[in-house]
Design a protein around this ligand. Sequence first.
Ligand SMILES: [Zn+2]
Length: 554
Amino acid sequence: MSRSTPSSPPVAARSLLTARSPATVVWPVAVWLATAGNLPLWQRVLDVGSAAAAATLVVPVLGVLAALLSLLAWPRLLRPLCSLLVVVAAFNSHFMWQYGAVIDPTMMANVLHTDVREVRDLMSWSLPLSVLLVAGPPLWWIWRRPVSWRRPLGQTGRNLAGAGIGLALALAVALPGYSHLASLARNHKPVRYMINPLNTVYASARLVADQVPQQVRPLIPVGENAVLVRPAAAASPPPLLVLVVGETARAANWGLNGYARPTTPTMARWAAERGLVNFPDATSCGTNTQVSVPCMFSPLSREQGGDQPARHQNLLDVLQRAGLAVMWIDNQSGCKGVCARVPSARPAPDPALCEGDECLDEALVRSLDQQLATLDEQRRSRGTVLVLHMMGSHGPAYFKRAPADRKPFQPECTTITLGDCPIDALRNSYDNSIVYTDHVLGLTLDWLDAKARSGTAAPGLIYMSDHGESLGEGQVYLHGLPYAFAPVEQKRVPLVTWLSPALQTLSGVGTGCLRQRAASPVSHDHLFHSVLGLMGVQTQARDEALNLFRPCGA
Ligand SMILES: [Zn+2]
C-alpha cells in the first residue's frame, strides 16, 4: 500500500508486514485467467482434436496476459483492472458455454448497443453462479492483502521486466509450437475470439479505433440529385410501401422455403391467391442486428463496406430527399442510426399486446393508420415508405414472441438456457415465433389491401429478416458469429414481396415475371436499389445491377 519510511505509524507498519509485491497479483491472476477463465476455449480446442495445440496455446496466453498486466501494474490501477478482467472473463465464459458465442468487435458493438429488454432476456440463474465460480476466487486473492509499490522509476523497471518475462515465455513456447497454432488458427478461426479476456480487450480497442473518427465526420451525402420519375399518364393513387425488417428469422424454418412444418400458412395463401412472391435464396449482410440493419439500408454492398459502421447516408435519406413521406416504426432495440434524419415512432402502447415497454409485433400494425396520419400530406400524395422493425424471433426467449393462442407447436422451451431444452421443444418455441411473424405479416397485408380497395394508395410490401439464427446445430445457439465463419443458418433469411395490381401498373413490375426470377440468389445488397426502383426514385446512387425488380420492368 505505502512505502516504508522511518516515520511510518504502527498501523502502516503492520500492513507493511502483510503487503506483497505487484507480481504476486499479476502472475496468479494471469495463471487463473489462462486456465479457469478460459474453460470454454480449452474445451473447444480439445474438441477439435488437438491436445498438443491446447498445451502449446496455454503458455502464450498466460505470457501475454502477464505481460499486459505487468505493464499496467500501477497503484490504484492494477487491482481494479484485474478485477474487471476476471469479471469480464467470467461473463464471457458463461455466454460461450451457454450459446457457443464468441467475442469479436461486432459482438462487442452489439452488446454495447443492446437495451435493457435484451439484457433481461439473457439473464438466468446460472449466470451469477458461473460469475461467482470463475471470478470469485481471483477477486478474493486480488483484494486479500495490500500491495507495496516502489518509486515510479523502480516500478517502471519492475513492470518492464515482468512484461519481458511474459513475452519471452510466450515466444519460447509459441515459436517451436508454431505449426500446431497455425493449423488451429487456420482451421478453427472462431477460437481466436474465444481467448478470455484478450478477445474483449481487442474488440474494445477496435471499436474505439473505428468509432472515434466516425463521430467527428459528417455522413457522406447520397443521391443528392434524387427525383421521382413517374409515367406521365399515371392517374394512379400514390405508392405506399411497407418495408418490414424482420428479426432473427432464418430461411431454414420458413414454411414457404419448403420447411417440413407449415410455419407460414398466411404467406402461403397470399402466394397462391394474391401474387406474393417468395425468394428462397436470400442472404443477410451480417449475423447481428447492429451490422445487418444499417447494411440493409446502405447504398454500399457488403463487399464495398456496407457491413462497416456507416459513413454514408442511407436509403431513407434518399427517399425523403426525393419528396416521399418516410417513417420508421420500431418494436425493437432502435434503428441503429438508420432513421436518424426521418420521422420515427414506437407502436402505441396497447394493454392487450404490451407488457411494460415490450409489445408483441401486432402492435406495429394496429397503430399504422395513426402513424400514417402524422406524416406530411404533400409528401404522402407523392408516395410513402413505412419501415416496421419487428421483434420477430428475437432470442433466446423465443417463447415470449407470440401470444398463448398463437402457438401451434407444443411443448415449448420456456427457459433461456437453450442447451438445457430438448431440441424439439426449442424448435417448437422458435417455430411459434415464425408462425406469429407470418400472422403479423398477414395483418399488414390486409391493411394494405384495404388501401388498395379504397383506391387511396397503390400498396406493396417487402419483408426481409436481418439475419438468421443457430438452433443448436454444432452446439451453437443464437447468432452473431463472425461472418466469415458463421454457419449458413445465421446468414440465410426469408424474403417476400407483394405488389398490389395498382403498384404493378404504376411501377411496371409484373408479379408473374418476378416469380419466375425469384429463385436467383439475392441479398441485403439488393434492398437499397430495389426500393428506389420500385418507388420510381431516379438517382446516380441507384445501381440497376442490384435492382431485383429491374428485369421485370422497374
Ligand atoms: Zn437482429
